[in-house]
Design a protein around this ligand. Structure first.
Ligand SMILES: NC(=O)c1ccc[n+]([C@@H]2O[C@H](COP(=O)([O-])OP(=O)(O)OC[C@H]3O[C@@H](n4cnc5c(N)ncnc54)[C@H](O)[C@@H]3O)[C@@H](O)[C@H]2O)c1
Length: 319
């Protein structure tokens, strides 16, 4: 499918991943960014609005009518969500609202629009803790262990059903842990900020040796999504997006400290819950099979440690 010339609505387009997607489409598509700026930042897209004539609307998808934003659109790239997995422990309804209710409101509004294609950023957490690793897209049963994962899985189901009912194409991307310069959450971001406050000691959630997971650079995520969008697919299709390997959380701490020029940082393990996971709902081991997305011609440029190092450099403003 041709991307150039598409009229695209990006929900959550002023967020971390969304702003890089907007950037990638800035020269070839007519883009409207819709964001309530709850975690996104206007400054992430200011250059696109000023320099590329991209449109930006500050609005909350959970409030009022959103039909006007879908007028004349061909494609919706849906990222708006509260991506804080940990927030669901104390407030499970937060994820239900920001994933299930929000997605269903968007899908309802799309029914009376001309949109024919939807791209959705789901997550590796929909798999829960599968015994099969690297985990392929057709693994089941899906047993998420966090409300974030559960409500993303419910959103996938809603998108599939609306797409099948209305004849839309829907591409669902299950992302590993995404890292990059504009990240506003996640372990690399947390470590960097904790070390700025206390360069001598770093608290790591969980128990030594910590979680073992796959990290992917945001540039690889954007390239992967574009590759699948252009390729032939099923009407409703699923793609894992990750890197080829995993890394220990302690190695993230070491890379971040190293990039900050810190020596002899003391790592303090917080102990964690439930046999050592960082928090209730934290998956301890995750790597996705990315063979399906690779068949579209895409390859991740970075391994996990390279992605984290690059992200740390970008967050620190290093060239
Ligand atoms: N970052 C990751 O590691 C990761 C991994 C897997 C999946 N994802 C998914 O990718 C998407 C983007 O995540 P991100 O890391 O860029 O997070 P982010 O918080 O930077 O982006 C989410 C954006 O949605 C906006 N938003 C939230 N609620 C809204 C509402 N009611 N109305 C309008 N806008 C709203 C926020 O302001 C923000 O700009 C999310 O759907 C997330 O679940 C992220």
């Amino acid at each position: 499918m041709t991307i150039a010339g598409s009229r695209v609505l990006i929900t959550g387009g002023a967020g971390f991943i969304g702003s890089y997607i907007a950037e990638a489409l800035s020269d070839s598509c007519d883009v409207l960014i819709l964001d309530n700026l709850s975690s996104g930042k206007k400054e992430f897209v200011d250059a696109l609005v000023k320099g590329h004539g991209m449109r930006f609307a500050k609005a909350d998808i959970l409030k009022g009518s959103i039909r006007r934003f879908l007028k004349d659109m061909d494609v919706v790239i849906h990222l708006a969500s509260n991506p804080d997995v940990r927030a669901g422990i104390k407030q499970p309804s937060l994820h239900f609202e920001s994933n299930v209710v929000l997605t269903q409101r968007l899908l309802e509004a799309m029914r009376s629009s001309d949109v024919k294609t939807m791209l959705f950023t789901s997550t590796s957490t929909i798999y829960g803790e599968p015994p099969v690793v690297p985990t392929p897209e057709n693994y089941g049963p899906l047993v998420p262990i966090s409300t974030y994962g559960a409500t993303k899985l419910a959103s996938e189901a809603l998108i599939a059903a609306y797409a099948k009912t209305n004849g839309w194409r829907a591409l669902i991307f299950r992302l590993a842990n995404v890292v990059g310069g504009r990240s506003t959450h996640g372990v690399t971001f947390d470590f960097l900020n904790k070390l700025k406050k206390n360069p001598k000691k770093l608290e790591i959630l969980g128990r030594y040796p910590g979680t073992l997971k796959s990290y992917v650079h945001v540039s690889d995520v954007v390239a992967g999504m574009m590759s699948a969008w252009k390729a032939e697919s099923e009407q409703v299709d699923f793609y894992n997006v990750g890197s080829e390997d995993m890394m220990l959380v302690e190695d993230i701490a070491k890379i971040v400290a190293d990039e900050m020029g810190l020596k002899d940082v003391e790592f303090e393990w917080a102990g964690g819950v439930d046999g050592g996971r960082g928090w209730a709902g934290d998956v301890t081991k995750m790597i996705l099979s990315i063979e399906k997305l690779k068949r579209t011609g895409w390859r991740p440029r970075y391994k996990s440690a390279e992605a984290v190092r690059l992200a740390a450099k970008e967050m620190l403003g290093k060239p």
